[in-house]
Design a protein around this ligand. Structure first.
Ligand code: TRP
Length: 459
């Protein structure tokens, strides 16, 4: 066994802070914005069921494997994979896993920041009282006015990237940690308030039925792919974000229990968001399958009609901004850390460069909602009709993250020596360790491959 490595970027001050940070990364727009609209687009229950199965059978083992690799490598995913492959006398081409992850991080952050920008814009709408007594039509108008104006979108996108890079710049202890400590609990409280409102004023049973009654005829390969991709997206898996956070984890913390806590918190918040939104959708005769605008055209209706709605609306969007913020930093931290390690660059310079790249790519998403709704180049391909935003989202969630997940599991389950993984994972119970190993070796990689083959029409 080699001597334990050390992280040059610092450590979380405790196990609890790691859980907060990992949960901060996992809980974000994926839960509150993406999960509801995907469930709405894919017919509800069938999607939700597949998503839950994917969280348990693929998400958890991948998350544990990612933390395991990260803590053992103690550096950015590219360098971690190189060091670990070297240690096992395997090809250092494994570092390409980190390269793909870094690329995915830029691609996701580029559109994530634009959507987070919508959230920022809604903070201002809420603060100026635009939601008071509003009609469904009025909410639609506010949303359309926002997304049809590229310059406004660029403004908010720029602000959000700047906020993200400001935290990154300050490093692990001061930057990332302070951001998550107080904000997550606040978000949970606000979402619970929304669920209570939906329970009183919305069509709650309609919402429940939509989310939890699976129509098995709706389970198609495409829905399975989306559910799997979303399981990776919502848990921040497959690109090295959790690996990076794992590299800052104190050596004595249990990887299994922290991972389970993060996955549970994330799933709970997504379900609560669904329970807050769909009752409002059905009570107002709105469309569930309306795509990325869903929460922006339903929640303001609730705020507009509940007592204290302006204040709650303001709080809600502020907290959503924070949730997105603590996720966005995890998307870019691996790239920033890699540049610091590799080129001995200062954190400030590395942050500036990475932020700029993500900002530029994000302009493609800004235009996707107005001037450039479909990429002409894709005509005649399998991606026909997709916008730049659709393409970034599809390539990352449905291809790159699951592929990264397979490789992570294969490395942790097969390549690493038994003593290294057992030692690092530190699961005392033999059956529990065996279960993880079985999931990481067989279930997760084969599950992903099976869904890929299904989509390609090969099985
Ligand atoms: N999980 C976050 C969300 O649900 C987004 C996110 C942060 C992410 N880091 C990631 C997604 C890494 C994939 C990979 O909003």
């Amino acid at each position: 066994m080699t001597a334990a490595r050390t992280s040059i970027h610092g450590y979380w001050s405790s196990r609890f802070v790691f859980v907060l940070a990992a949960a901060g990364s996992a809980v974000g727009l994926g839960n509150v914005w993406k999960f509801p609209y995907m469930a709405g687009d894919s017919g509800g229950g069938a999607f939700v069921l597949l998503y839950l199965v994917c969280i348990a059978l693929l998400g958890l083992p991948v998350m544990m494997s990612e933390v395991l690799l990260g803590r053992r490598g103690r550096s950015s995913p590219i360098n971690t994979m190189r060091a670990l492959a070297d240690e096992e006398n395997r090809s250092t081409a494994w570092s390409l896993l980190g390269v793909m992850g870094m690329l995915a991080g830029f691609m996701i952050l580029s559109f994530y920041s634009v959507i987070a920008g919508w959230t920022l814009a809604y903070v201002v709408e809420a603060a100026s009282g635009s939601f008071t007594g509003i009609s469904a039509q009025g909410v639609g108008e506010i949303f359309n006015r926002l997304v049809s104006d590229p310059l406004t979108l660029v403004f908010w996108h720029t602000l959000f990237i700047t906020l993200t890079m400001m935290v990154i710049l300050r490093g692990v202890r001061h930057g990332l940690e302070t951001a998550v400590r107080f904000l997550m609990p606040g978000l949970v409280v606000l979402i619970v308030i929304m669920v209570v409102y939906a329970l009183i004023e919305g069509d709650f049973s309609g919402g429940l039925r939509f989310l939890f009654t699976p129509d098995f005829s709706k389970i198609t390969p495409d829905v399975a792919l989306k559910a799997m991709g979303h399981a990776f997206f919502t848990l921040s898996l497959g690109m090295g974000a959790i690996m990076m956070y794992g590299s800052y984890l104190p050596a004595d913390a249990s990887i299994a229990s922290t991972s389970i806590q993060v996955a549970l918190a994330d799933t709970l918040i997504a379900i609560l968001a669904g329970l807050a939104i769909f009752p409002i959708v059905f009570a107002n005769g709105l469309e569930a399958a309306q795509g990325p605008g869903l929460i922006f055209t339903t929640l303001p209706l609730a705020f507009g009609h509940m007592p204290g709605g302006n204040l709650f609306g303001l709080l809600f969007f502020v907290l959503l901004v924070f949730a997105a913020w603590t996720s966005a930093i995890s998307l870019i931290e691996p790239a920033v850390a890699w540049m610091v390690e590799t080129f001995s660059m200062t954190r400030a310079r590395s942050s500036l460069i990475c932020g700029l790249v993500a900002w530029i790519v994000g302009l493609g998403t800004v235009l996707s909602f107005n001037r450039w709704p479909r990429i002409e180049l894709l005509e005649g391909t399998a991606f026909e009709g997709k916008s730049f935003f659709d393409l970034m989202d599809y390539l990352t969630s449905n291809i790159m993250l699951p592929l990264g997940g397979i490789l992570i599991c294969l490395f942790a389950g097969w390549i690493m020596s038994e003593s290294s993984r057992r030692d690092e994972l530190g699961i005392q119970h033999p059956a529990a360790y065996g279960l993880w190993r079985f999931l990481a070796r067989y279930v997760a990689p084969l599950g992903v491959v099976l869904i890929f083959l299904h989509v390609l029409g090969l099985v």
